[in-house]
Write a protein that binds this ligand. Structure first.
Ligand code: SF4
Ligand code: SF4
Length: 372
C-alpha cells in the first residue's frame, strides 16, 4: 500500500489491510466454509454417496457434504446469482467451482442436503460427475470471444455433454474420464493433461493483408511473435512475408497483428489427443498424445467429433480394468492395439516430429502383443 492515502481505496469493497499488494485475488482461506477452516489439513476420509453427492469426514468427526452439478461454463450473471441464492439458502453462502468448472455446493448441515438436491433437480441442473464418471468438460473461449479460435468451444462441448450426459449423471466408467477442449494450439484448456482432449487446429498459413499491415501492425513485434521464425520483412510492400514451410499454424502472429488473419471456415477443424492425466496415483502424470489429426468443424452438432469420442470411450469401457485411466489402459494394451480396437486410422501425422520427440519413441525391438 505504501504511503498512498486511504482515499485511493474503497474500503467497503476491498479489505485493504489484508491485502499485501493492490493486485491479485484475495487469499483463498477467506472463502473456506467454517467447517473446512476448522479442520484444515485434518481430514480422515471421504465417501461417494451418489454420482453427485459426497461427504468428507474430519478426524474431529465433523462432516461436510458436497453436491456437484455441471455448469454451462460460460455463465451469465443471472445464473451466477441463481447459484449464489441457492448457496445462501442451503450452504451459508458457500459454493465453489472445481478446476473443470463443476459447481459444488458445500453443505455443513445434513438436513439441508436433500432439499438442496430437490431444488437443483427442480431447476433442471444436472447433478453428478463425482467418482468414475465424466465430469464437467472444461473448455476455452471459442468463437464467442477469442480471435484465434480454430473451432468453437462452448458449442462443441455442449454437443459432447449432451451425447455423454448419462456418464455424468448415472453410468460408471472404469475410472474418471476428464475431457477438455482448447480452441487453438495455444491451449488455454487442460487438453495436454486430459484423458480425452480436443484441440482446434488451423491448417492454412495466415493471409497477409498488406494494405492494412502498414497501418495497424508493428514489424518487430510481428516478427518476434513467430516461434518458428517464419515471418520476414517484405520492404517492397512495407509488410511481411511468411515462409509456409516453417509455419506451424499457431496463430501467434495474428494475436499481435490483425492484418494476418488465420481462421478459415473450411480448413480449420479439431484434433483429438488422449491419455493425459494430472494425478500421480499408480502412474506418473502424463501428457496426452495425438490420435486423430483432423476432423472437420461441422456445427452445430459436430457429429464426426462426438462419434470419434464415442469410439474411444466404448473401447475404453470394453477393455480397461477397473481403476485404469485411459492412458494407463493404452499403455497396458499398447498403442498398436489402441488403434486396432478403436478403429481409428494411424497416419503419418500421428508420428511426432518434434526435435526431442525421439526420447518418447520406442527404441528397442520389443513389441507388446496383446491377445484380442
Ligand atoms: Fe484463444 Fe487459443 Fe485460448 Fe482458444 S485456446 S481461447 S483460441 S488462445
Ligand atoms: Fe509464425 Fe505461427 Fe504466424 Fe505461422 S501462424 S507465421 S508459425 S506465428
Amino acid at each position: 500500500m505504501g504511503d498512498l492515502p486511504e482515499k485511493f481505496f474503497i474500503p467497503e469493497v476491498v479489505d485493504v489491510k489484508q491485502r499485501k499488494t493492490d493486485i491479485g485475488p484475495p487469499h483463498y482461506s477467506n472463502f473456506l466454509p467454517p467447517v473446512i477452516k476448522k479442520n484444515y489439513g485434518n481430514w480422515k476420509t471421504h465417501e461417494i454417496l451418489s454420482p453427485g453427492l459426497m461427504v468428507h469426514i474430519a478426524n474431529s468427526g465433523d462432516k461436510i457434504w458436497t453436491v456437484r452439478i455441471a455448469s454451462p461454463r460460460l455463465l451469465s450473471t443471472t445464473t451466477l446469482r441463481e447459484f449464489a441464492d441457492i448457496a445462501d439458502k442451503y450452504c451459508d453462502g458457500y459454493f465453489r467451482f472445481t478446476t473443470r468448472n463443476n459447481v459444488e455446493f458445500l453443505v455443513s448441515d445434513e438436513n439441508k442436503v436433500q432439499p438442496l438436491i430437490d431444488e437443483l433437480k427442480a431447476k433442471k441442473f444436472m447433478i453428478g460427475g463425482i467418482g468414475p464418471r465424466i465430469s464437467n468438460v472444461i473448455h476455452t473461449q471459442g468463437w464467442v470471444h477469442c480471435h484465434g479460435a480454430a473451432t468453437d468451444a462452448s458449442g462443441l462441448v455442449k454437443c459432447i455433454m449432451d451425447e455423454f450426459a448419462e456418464y455424468f449423471t448415472t453410468k460408471e466408467l472404469p475410472n474418471k474420464v476428464r475431457i477438455s477442449l482448447a480452441c487453438c494450439t495455444n491451449m488455454c484448456g487442460a487438453v495436454h493433461c486430459s484423458d480425452i482432449g480436443l484441440v482446434g487446429i488451423h491448417r492454412k498459413i495466415p493471409r497477409i493483408d498488406h494494405d492494412t499491415f502498414k497501418n495497424v501492425c508493428e514489424l518487430p513485434s510481428t516478427i518476434a511473435a513467430c516461434p518458428t521464425a517464419a515471418i520476414t520483412p517484405d520492404p517492397a510492400k512495407k509488410s511481411v512475408k511468411i515462409n509456409a514451410d516453417r509455419c506451424m499454424y499457431c496463430g501467434n502472429c495474428f494475436s499481435v497483428c490483425p492484418a494476418l488473419p488465420i481462421a478459415d471456415p473450411v480448413y480449420d477443424g479439431v484434433a483429438i489427443v488422449v491419455g493425459g492425466k494430472v494425478g500421480n496415483l499408480r502412474t506418473h502424470p502424463s501428457f496426452s498424445k495425438l490420435v486423430v489429426p483432423y476432423l472437420p468443424n461441422n456445427p452445430p452438432r459436430w457429429p464426426e467429433v462426438t462419434k470419434t469420442i464415442k469410439k474411444i470411450l466404448d473401447a475404453y469401457i470394453a477393455g480397461a480394468k477397473k481403476h485404469e485411466r485411459v492412458g494407463e489402459w493404452i499403455e497396458r494394451i499398447g498403442w498398436e492395439k489402441f488403434f486396432e480396437v478403436t478403429g481409428l486410422p494411424f497416419t503419418f501425422q500421428n508420428i511426432d516430429d518434434w526435435t526431442y520427440a525421439f526420447k518418447t519413441f520406442r527404441t528397442t525391438a520389443q513389441i507388446k502383443w496383446v491377445k484380442k
